[in-house]
Design a protein around this ligand. Structure first.
Ligand code: 5GP
Ligand code: ZN
Length: 122
């Protein structure tokens, strides 16, 4: 498993920085965003350090597939109402112009009753 020195999300996945854990398995970790934009707002990350979606290659296809399968399950568990009346949003900010601040690839999963608190370009 590759880790990057001084990467805050590698440290969160390893448990050396505390977080409110939503989910964990061998490959993936999910935790509540420290500054939520919506009533449900957690981050789903691979434990292995991948800087962003711009670094993703064919070798990551299975991992990304697992993330996309898991995100809706966790969204319901975390309080999002079912589709189609409910639902959720998955956002993956990538690079400076994509609004990415933490350079360890992560899915934002956002949901819950609107209006959402923070006005972000999502
Ligand atoms: P980005 O702008 O990179 O897409 O999103 C980074 C997200 O990580 C932000 O929503 C921010 O609130 C969250 N975040 C940054 N540092 C921490 C932290 O130490 N703990 C948690 N739980 N979330 C963090
Ligand atoms: Zn990392």
């Amino acid at each position: 498993m590759s880790h990057s020195e001084n990467c805050i999300f590698c440290k969160i996945a390893a448990g050396s920085i505390p977080s409110r854990k939503v989910y964990e398995d061998d490959e993936l970790f999910a935790f509540d965003d420290i500054h939520p934009w919506a009533p449900v707002h957690f981050l789903l990350i691979p434990k292995a350090h991948i800087a962003s979606m711009a670094q993703v290659g064919p070798e990551h296809a299975a991992l990304l597939g697992r993330m996309l399968v898991l995100a809706p399950q966790l969204a319901l568990q975390q309080g999002c109402q079912p589709y189609p009346e409910g639902g959720f949003r998955i956002v993956v900010n990538t690079g400076a112009l994509g609004g990415q601040e933490v350079h360890h690839m992560h899915f934002h999963v956002l949901g819950g009753p609107r209006p959402w608190l923070k006005d972000r370009p999502v």
